[in-house]
Design a protein around this ligand. Structure first.
Ligand code: 3PG
Length: 220
């Protein structure tokens, strides 16, 4: 297990700011993992969320960790405490959930892995704040209210900052990144399933380059 910062929230904030555009990927074949990660890195992307939505996900995380050490790897779609335990053994840099059950939040507080819980309402946001989490994934961002929702909660919930994902792409990412309570955005548009399946790493590198330009705009 790598050394962890004393404050996992602080560590997570640093990682999210490193994005600040984070590809959310579903990897069907473990063989795709390393070339995918290298293409993203070539395009200037240094943080990736590998979702646990495919049987190949765990092996994909292992391979990227072993063969592309410059890439910061998080595990996504963590739905239950046992998945959090599993990804902790892979030494992932962070874990993300689309939601935040009480069981998962309790497990996350005990886990060495910095955890980003998902919220889509003010009450859910308050529940994660109550348990000491000051960073949240806003999911699904576009259907749940988009940038208007984020602006609306900035007043009553100033302590919470967000990584919106869900319906974000090159057309609207900059509008999210311009908000003060948004640290980064996530999305699958950087690594389309068909480009991964076709091994079109050049296309993924170019999408990553375009996203890196957005990242420069967010830079302080
Ligand atoms: C996620 O888990 O964050 C989403 O599936 C990503 O959403 P998108 O596919 O709309 O980018």
């Amino acid at each position: 297990m790598a050394d962890r910062a004393d404050d996992p929230q602080r560590e997570l904030e640093d990682i999210l700011r490193r994005g600040p555009v984070i590809p959310v990927v579903a990897i069907a074949e473990p063989e795709a993992a390393v070339p995918l990660a290298r293409a993203l890195l070539d395009g200037g992307i240094a943080v990736i969320e590998v979702t646990l939505r495919t049987p190949a996900a765990i092996e994909a995380i292992r391979r990227i960790r072993a063969e592309v050490p410059a890439m910061i790897v998080g595990a996504g779609t963590v739905l239950a405490p046992d998945q959090l335990e599993q990804v902790a053994t892979l030494d992932v840099a962070f874990a993300v959930s689309p939601g935040a059950t009480a069981r998962l939040l309790d497990a996350a507080r005990e886990s060495p892995v910095p955890f980003l819980p998902g919220v889509a309402t003010a009450s859910e946001a308050m529940a994660v704040l109550e348990r000491g989490f000051a960073l949240a994934k806003f999911f699904p961002a576009e259907p749940a209210g988009g940038t208007a929702w984020l602006r609306a909660v900035a007043g009553p919930l100033p302590a919470l900052r967000f990584c919106p994902t869900g319906g974000i792409d090159a057309r609207n990412a900059a509008q999210y990144l311009a908000l003060a309570n948004v640290l980064c955005v996530g999305g699958s548009w950087l690594a389309p399933a068909e480009a991964i399946a076709a091994g079109d790493w050049g296309r993924i590198r170019d999408l990553a380059r375009a996203a890196t330009a957005l990242a420069l705009e967010k830079a302080p």
